[in-house]
Design a protein around this ligand. Structure first.
Ligand SMILES: [Zn+2]
Length: 144
Protein backbone atom coordinates (compact mmCIF):
# COMPACT_ATOMS: atom_id res chain seq x y z
CA UNK A 1 0.00 0.00 0.00
CA UNK A 2 1.33 3.34 -1.00
CA UNK A 3 -1.34 5.49 0.56
CA UNK A 4 -0.78 7.95 3.37
CA UNK A 5 -1.56 6.43 6.71
CA UNK A 6 -5.09 7.21 7.92
CA UNK A 7 -3.77 7.92 11.43
CA UNK A 8 -2.38 11.24 10.26
CA UNK A 9 1.26 10.51 10.92
CA UNK A 10 2.20 11.77 7.47
CA UNK A 11 3.94 8.48 6.74
CA UNK A 12 2.95 5.84 4.24
CA UNK A 13 0.53 3.32 5.68
CA UNK A 14 2.83 0.43 4.78
CA UNK A 15 5.53 1.69 7.15
CA UNK A 16 3.13 3.04 9.78
CA UNK A 17 -0.05 1.35 10.97
CA UNK A 18 -0.05 -1.04 8.02
CA UNK A 19 3.07 -2.72 9.36
CA UNK A 20 1.30 -3.27 12.67
CA UNK A 21 -1.88 -4.54 11.01
CA UNK A 22 0.06 -7.12 9.04
CA UNK A 23 2.16 -8.20 12.01
CA UNK A 24 5.46 -7.01 10.55
CA UNK A 25 6.00 -5.21 13.82
CA UNK A 26 4.13 -4.73 17.07
CA UNK A 27 2.81 -1.53 18.56
CA UNK A 28 5.52 -0.53 21.03
CA UNK A 29 3.38 2.05 22.79
CA UNK A 30 -0.26 2.53 23.68
CA UNK A 31 -0.35 5.49 21.31
CA UNK A 32 0.95 3.37 18.44
CA UNK A 33 -1.76 0.81 19.14
CA UNK A 34 -4.37 3.56 19.35
CA UNK A 35 -3.28 4.92 15.98
CA UNK A 36 -3.28 1.48 14.42
CA UNK A 37 -6.79 0.82 15.71
CA UNK A 38 -8.06 4.11 14.33
CA UNK A 39 -6.53 3.24 10.97
CA UNK A 40 -8.12 -0.20 11.22
CA UNK A 41 -11.53 1.41 11.61
CA UNK A 42 -10.84 3.52 8.53
CA UNK A 43 -9.75 0.44 6.58
CA UNK A 44 -12.49 -1.79 8.06
CA UNK A 45 -10.02 -4.32 9.46
CA UNK A 46 -12.38 -6.13 11.79
CA UNK A 47 -10.05 -9.02 12.56
CA UNK A 48 -7.26 -6.67 13.61
CA UNK A 49 -9.59 -4.65 15.82
CA UNK A 50 -10.84 -7.76 17.58
CA UNK A 51 -7.31 -9.14 17.97
CA UNK A 52 -6.10 -5.92 19.59
CA UNK A 53 -9.04 -5.78 22.00
CA UNK A 54 -8.83 -7.11 25.56
CA UNK A 55 -10.76 -10.41 25.73
CA UNK A 56 -12.78 -9.17 28.73
CA UNK A 57 -14.24 -6.24 26.83
CA UNK A 58 -14.03 -7.42 23.22
CA UNK A 59 -17.33 -7.63 21.33
CA UNK A 60 -18.16 -10.90 19.61
CA UNK A 61 -18.36 -9.34 16.20
CA UNK A 62 -17.86 -6.00 14.52
CA UNK A 63 -20.07 -5.31 11.55
CA UNK A 64 -17.96 -2.63 9.96
CA UNK A 65 -18.79 -3.55 6.38
CA UNK A 66 -22.29 -2.16 6.90
CA UNK A 67 -21.07 0.80 8.91
CA UNK A 68 -21.77 4.12 7.20
CA UNK A 69 -19.23 6.01 9.27
CA UNK A 70 -16.62 7.80 7.21
CA UNK A 71 -13.60 8.64 9.34
CA UNK A 72 -12.07 12.01 8.60
CA UNK A 73 -9.13 12.37 10.93
CA UNK A 74 -7.51 11.61 14.24
CA UNK A 75 -5.94 14.01 16.72
CA UNK A 76 -4.07 12.65 19.74
CA UNK A 77 -4.81 14.97 22.67
CA UNK A 78 -2.73 13.44 25.39
CA UNK A 79 -0.93 10.33 26.49
CA UNK A 80 -0.38 9.05 30.03
CA UNK A 81 2.14 6.25 30.44
CA UNK A 82 1.71 3.54 27.80
CA UNK A 83 5.38 3.58 26.91
CA UNK A 84 7.66 0.66 26.08
CA UNK A 85 8.35 0.06 29.78
CA UNK A 86 4.78 0.47 31.04
CA UNK A 87 2.06 -2.09 31.71
CA UNK A 88 -0.86 0.28 31.15
CA UNK A 89 -1.60 3.66 29.72
CA UNK A 90 -4.28 6.00 28.47
CA UNK A 91 -4.58 7.91 25.23
CA UNK A 92 -6.97 10.83 24.80
CA UNK A 93 -7.97 11.63 21.26
CA UNK A 94 -10.49 13.29 19.05
CA UNK A 95 -11.70 11.47 15.96
CA UNK A 96 -13.68 13.32 13.33
CA UNK A 97 -16.16 11.44 11.23
CA UNK A 98 -19.11 11.82 8.97
CA UNK A 99 -22.27 9.81 8.61
CA UNK A 100 -23.99 10.83 5.42
CA UNK A 101 -23.96 14.61 5.46
CA UNK A 102 -23.62 14.90 9.21
CA UNK A 103 -20.24 15.65 10.69
CA UNK A 104 -19.42 14.59 14.21
CA UNK A 105 -16.48 14.24 16.44
CA UNK A 106 -15.77 11.77 19.13
CA UNK A 107 -13.59 12.71 22.07
CA UNK A 108 -12.52 9.68 24.01
CA UNK A 109 -9.97 8.63 26.58
CA UNK A 110 -9.02 5.02 25.92
CA UNK A 111 -7.34 2.68 28.36
CA UNK A 112 -4.74 0.23 27.18
CA UNK A 113 -3.04 -2.58 29.02
CA UNK A 114 -0.27 -4.94 28.17
CA UNK A 115 -1.34 -8.55 27.83
CA UNK A 116 1.19 -11.24 27.16
CA UNK A 117 3.65 -8.52 26.21
CA UNK A 118 1.36 -6.89 23.64
CA UNK A 119 -0.69 -3.74 24.00
CA UNK A 120 -4.45 -4.26 23.84
CA UNK A 121 -7.38 -1.89 24.06
CA UNK A 122 -9.31 -2.25 27.32
CA UNK A 123 -12.05 0.36 27.23
CA UNK A 124 -12.73 4.02 26.74
CA UNK A 125 -14.80 6.84 28.12
CA UNK A 126 -16.28 9.51 25.92
CA UNK A 127 -15.10 12.74 27.46
CA UNK A 128 -17.51 15.21 25.88
CA UNK A 129 -20.57 15.51 23.71
CA UNK A 130 -22.24 12.16 24.16
CA UNK A 131 -22.78 11.66 20.43
CA UNK A 132 -23.59 8.02 20.96
CA UNK A 133 -26.87 8.84 22.67
CA UNK A 134 -27.59 12.11 20.89
CA UNK A 135 -29.91 12.19 17.93
CA UNK A 136 -29.41 15.86 17.29
CA UNK A 137 -28.23 15.85 13.71
CA UNK A 138 -27.68 19.58 13.46
CA UNK A 139 -24.67 19.85 15.74
CA UNK A 140 -22.41 22.34 13.98
CA UNK A 141 -18.79 21.58 13.38
CA UNK A 142 -16.59 23.28 15.99
CA UNK A 143 -14.71 26.41 14.93
CA UNK A 144 -11.21 25.78 13.71
ZN1 LIG B 1 -0.39 5.19 11.02
Amino acid sequence: MNIQCPCGSGRRCAVCCGAIHSGVREARTAEALMRSRYSAYVLRLEAYLLASWHPDTRPLILALQDDKTQWLGLTIRGVKAGGPGDESGTVSFTARYRVGRERHQLAETSRFVRQGGRWVYLDGSVSQGGEASSHNASTPAPPR
